[in-house]
Write a new protein. Structure first.
Length: 145
């Protein structure tokens, strides 16, 4: 069975902002001579790794809405800069936009079963009601959608 992760994009304003932040991270790694690899550090190693790595993705929640996902590729024990143990969630740099799905706030990451994931958007970037995703998100934040 495939399982996914859901993670809040803390400080992220939009999908474009997420793309920019991740791009800068990859460029910084390349500049430092480190193999570029997107990762997110978290306190705990997921126990259901086998299910997550069976085609699972990390779904990013931006301003209370799932908008984009990236394919999971691994988990690696590591340490934070202060020496504390951590887990690096590794994922691919390619982004797949999803239909917007409102999510209540939570801390850390959460498992997201396959039957609860929003469908991927086609290449036209059209979301609900045929509106562009960014416009639909703005209208939703104003309570108009």
């Amino acid at each position: 069975m495939t399982l996914n992760l859901m993670k809040l994009g803390v400080g992220i304003e939009s999908v474009q902002h997420l793309l920019e932040v991740q791009s800068r991270r990859l460029e910084g790694m390349t500049t430092q001579g480190v193999a570029p690899q997107l990762k997110h550090l978290t306190r705990h190693m997921p126990r259901r790794q086998k299910e997550l790595l069976n085609g699972g993705s990390i779904y990013w929640v931006i301003k209370g809405v799932i908008l984009v996902r990236q394919k999971l590729i691994g988990f690696k024990p590591t340490k934070r800069q202060n020496g504390e143990a951590a887990c690096a969630i590794l994922y691919e740099p390619e982004h797949t936009r999803t239909e917007p799905k409102k999510i209540r706030g939570f801390q850390g990451w959460r498992y997201l079963p396959r039957d609860k994931t929003p469908p991927d958007l086609d290449n036209s970037s059209q979301g609900e009601n045929g509106l562009p995703v960014e416009m639909a998100q703005e209208l939703r934040s104003l309570g108009l959608l």
